[in-house]
Design a protein around this ligand. Structure first.
Ligand code: PEP
Length: 251
């Protein structure tokens, strides 16, 4: 049985004070033994959120990283700095980074490697654009992003990776993939990892992301190959995030 993760990506929202207030509310949640909870605040709030959530079992992650220990990289943040601030996970290759900041598969693969080297867990995001979807290129795009994004990951390291399938046309648009569509792509993702790494593929967590909300979480989590979700907009509001955390599959 794969333990699911419910992950919140706060994007560029919440000042440290707002993040602190949210974390203080999260701290009062009951402990869930059957699922992991993760929040990814902006860089400026990682240390205060991780201090508040220490000992709760709720994980804290970062939304991005620069793949070098330190150096003349103005405006960037290193894996060492993230780890020291309390991050345990790092989102790599989010579609907003690929599209707005022109991150390539190659650069994403450097990030994945750097995150692993610092004993954090990368969440490698893959997913096709609307146009690629309409051209029937979903599987080829996702395959390329996986093969390239994981190219620095050895078979010893793969078991620690989390994959997030986030169709770009579903992110922040209110249009989610149907649970069946997502499940089909997740099945494909697992088969690609199986070809690359063998049976360990069956234990890799594959999350779905794209307009996950309280009213679609239960049907998404009912799908066999969906091992959790990466939630943007709905993770910013305490009540909607906690309803998503509380999905009823295992209860
Ligand atoms: C995301 O930012 O990863 C995301 C899936 O956003 P949203 O839930 O708002 O579509």
């Amino acid at each position: 049985m794969i333990k699911p993760i419910i992950a919140g990506n706060w994007k560029m929202y919440k000042t440290p004070k707002e993040a602190e207030d949210f974390a203080l509310k999260l701290k009062k949640l009951p402990v869930y033994g059957d699922r992991d909870i993760l929040v990814c605040p902006p860089f400026t709030a990682i240390s205060c959120v991780s201090r508040i959530l220490a000992d709760t079992g709720i994980y804290v992650g970062a939304q991005n990283v620069f793949p070098a220990k330190e150096g003349a990289f103005t405006g960037e943040v290193s894996p060492l700095m993230l780890k020291d601030a309390g991050a345990q996970f790092v989102i790599c290759g989010h579609s907003e980074r690929r599209q707005i900041f022109k991150e390539t598969d190659d650069f994403v693969s450097e990030k994945v490697k750097a995150v692993i080297e610092y004993d954090m867990i990368p969440i490698l995001c893959v997913g096709e654009t609307l146009q690629e979807n309409e051209n029937g290129e979903t599987f080829s795009v996702v395959r390329r992003q996986l093969e390239q994004g994981l190219k620095n990951v050895s078979s010893d390291m793969i078991k620690n990776i989390v994959i997030a399938y986030e169709p770009v046309w579903a992110i922040g648009t209110g249009k989610n993939a149907t649970p069946q569509q997502a499940n089909e792509v997740h099945t494909f993702i697992r088969s690609v990892i199986q070809k690359m790494y063998g049976d360990v593929a069956s234990s890799i967590r594959i999350l779905y992301g794209g307009s996950v909300k309280p009213d679609n979480i239960d049907s998404l989590m009912a799908e066999r190959e969906i091992n959790g979700v990466l939630v943007g907009g709905a993770s910013l509001i305490f009540e909607s995030f906690t309803r998503i955390v509380d999905f009823n599959k295992l209860m």
